[in-house]
Design a protein around this ligand. Structure first.
Ligand code: GAP
Length: 398
């Protein structure tokens, strides 16, 4: 599709998914602001990720660590020495540096975290002391990271601040290959769960010279973006690099051994997930002889789940009934929108364009027999059902 990225950026801005950062002052390169629909989508993605990888599991500990870290953390992790722009080899470090403290003589250097991982490593001992986990186990978090990228580009793809969803999975050294394979499969399952086009995703075994300083094996999950095949997610075997450098270890109460666990790290960029889902979902077709654009989102990530319409705005009996239905549906799924603006065809198109899976219409027949129509976004087909069955039907569809 010609200019697909431009079409996505334009739709995202027009409909309130993503706006350029600080736009009224001419913009700030590498920053984007999420509007109500983008923020809702982001929330859905993070919630699904947390549920899948953290709260539904017995071996994962979720945390939320500080964004600011002292210089010692980044010296131990190797980021002070090695964290350079991936496009330009050299020694331009891309961490954002700042000072902490009010008085000059009391200030010390701090850095905004460029990855989440160090938050998990510096809390490794705390988690062990509080929860006494047995290997293998993981520490996970979702949060914002900062990188002073030299050339931010390609919409949400390369930006200067972004959210990551990441975990460190601690294993015995002999088991690292087994768990690497296990997480590789789970990452593919996630890709499918959120509606990323699997046919456009592939794996790249990263060559030793291109791997991060801490990794002995890395697989990039790539996606065929409109601007080329690029990294979407990463899976790395971080060995015992970090725990060793932070001088941390693990004591196995059963075997009475003390050793440094090894680490498998799956990492997922939130912005790249959103961009990839938008690209996978963006569809142009013809419906009823008219061209249309729609986002074929999975219901779980869609920012609006259901739209409720009275057929006509100027018929109070239709509007009142539609409001009743709207309140009823809202108790079942959220968010739901109520729209009585413009003709019904235009309202359907507006919802198609933001990927709302179902539209419910209240018409004159509703007043006679208490039935409404439920329209499916992808086919445009309408099904007439009884109002009292609607919540049950929506529950099934979601
Ligand atoms: N802890 C490992 C780590 O941070 P990374 O490959 O440097 O690994 C992880 O980054 C993920 O963060 C990437 O797979 C990508 O999804 C996302 N990411 C990295 N740099 C980014 C940037 N400048 N803009 C948006 N997302 C980025």
């Amino acid at each position: 599709m010609e200019n697909k990225l431009e079409k996505i950026i334009s739709l995202a801005k027009r409909r309130g998914f993503v706006y350029p950062g600080s736009e009224i002052y001419g913009g700030l390169a590498g920053t984007w602001d999420y509007g109500p629909l983008g923020a809702e989508m982001m929330h859905n993605i993070k919630e699904a990720w947390w549920k899948k990888f953290v709260s539904s599991r017995d071996d994962m500990y979720g945390i939320a660590s500080s964004i600011i870290g002292p210089e010692q953390v980044w010296a131990a992790s190797g980021h002070l020495e090695h964290f350079t722009d991936s496009l330009k080899k050299g020694k331009f470090n891309i961490m954002f540096k700042s000072k902490i403290g009010a008085l000059k003589e009391e200030t010390s250097n701090v850095y905004l975290r460029p990855e989440l991982a160090q938050g998990m490593f510096v809390n490794f001992k705390n988690i062990i002391d509080s929860f006494h986990p047995k290997l293998p186990f993981g520490i996970a978090q979702i949060g914002r990271c900062f990188r002073n990228e030299i050339s931010p580009r390609d919409f949400l793809f390369r930006v200067r601040e972004f959210d990551l969803m990441e975990f460190e999975y601690f294993v015995r050294e002999k088991d690292w290959e087994k768990y690497f394979e296990y997480w590789r499969k789970e990452m593919w399952n996630w890709i499918e769960d959120v509606g990323i086009d699997k046919n456009k995703a592939s794996e790249l075994e990263v060559a030793p010279e291109n791997r991060a300083h801490y990794s002995k094996r890395t697989i990039d999950f790539e996606y065929d973006f409109p601007f080329g095949k690029k990294e979407l997610y990463g899976l790395a075997y971080r060995t015992d690099h970090d725990l060793k450098n932070h001088k941390l270890d693990y004591y196995d109460e059963d075997t009475k051994e003390r050793f440094v666990p090894h680490v498998i790290e799956p990492t997922f960029g939130v912005g790249r997930t959103i961009l990839t889902i938008l690209d996978s979902a963006y569809t142009e077709d013809e419906l009823g002889g008219e061209k249309r654009v729609f986002l074929k989102f999975k219901p779980s990530v869609a920012p609006v789940k259901v739209a409720v319409f009275p057929l006509l705005k100027n018929k109070p009996e239709l509007v009142n009934k539609a409001k009743e239905v709207y309140e009823m549906v809202k108790k079942e799924v959220q968010p739901v929108v109520f729209d009585d603006n413009g003709n019904i065809g235009k309202r359907y198109r507006r919802q198609d364009e933001i990927g709302t899976p179902f539209c419910v219409t209240i018409d004159f027949q509703t007043l006679d027999d208490n039935t409404i129509t439920v329209r499916d976004r992808d086919t445009g087909k309408q099904e007439r059902v009884k109002i009292e069955e609607l919540c049950f039907i929506l529950r099934e569809k979601f």
